[in-house]
Design a protein around this ligand. Structure first.
Ligand code: ZN
Length: 165
């Protein structure tokens, strides 16, 4: 039985956790990313489930810590953060809001529905600056392993592409 009070605590915990941002892309919250999976109540304790974007992404430790701190600020001191590896995160979990924020931040959002398709497929990545689709891959690894470095032939600007997987 979930009581109204428990529901209220769960909602507060969700709201607090949802504001935690990705340390590598600070415009995106973990809710935007789809990293925040669920908040449950276990014996009166709040449990937050997260799914890492990239296995071995060091940012996840920071995110888990930030969630604990955010919950503590809400007075939820006995909260736990649980990592859920299955099903694995995919870029399809990125919210519409998240895609828009990525683009405004100058990072091309992942192609929708392309899921785990290979990076070197027949992929068109639109330039986040001018929208041109005349772009080329410069390096599979951009500023972090989660991003690839592309260049726009239209405006000559290099840009990061949030890699699909
Ligand atoms: Zn461009």
């Amino acid at each position: 039985m979930v009581t109204a009070l428990q529901n209220d605590i769960r909602q507060r915990a969700w709201d607090a956790a949802a504001k935690v941002v990705d340390p590598e892309i600070p415009v995106l919250t973990i809710a935007d990313l789809g990293v925040l999976r669920e908040v449950t109540m276990n014996d009166g304790c709040v449990e937050v489930a997260i799914t890492p974007t990239y296995s071995g992404c060091p940012a996840m430790n920071v995110i888990a810590l930030e969630i604990e701190l955010a919950l503590q600020r809400e007075g939820l001191t006995s909260a736990k953060v649980r990592t859920v590896l299955s099903p694995a995160w995919t870029t399809d979990w990125l919210s519409e809001d998240g895609r828009r924020k990525l683009k405004e931040y100058g990072i091309a959002p992942p192609q929708k529905g392309s899921g785990r398709r290979a990076l070197f497929g027949k992929q068109t990545v639109a330039c986040p600056q001018c929208g041109s689709e005349d772009t080329e891959l410069l390096s599979e690894f951009g500023s972090t392993s989660c991003k690839a470095l592309w260049r726009c032939r239209g405006c000559r600007e290099p840009f990061d592409y949030f890699k699909c997987h």
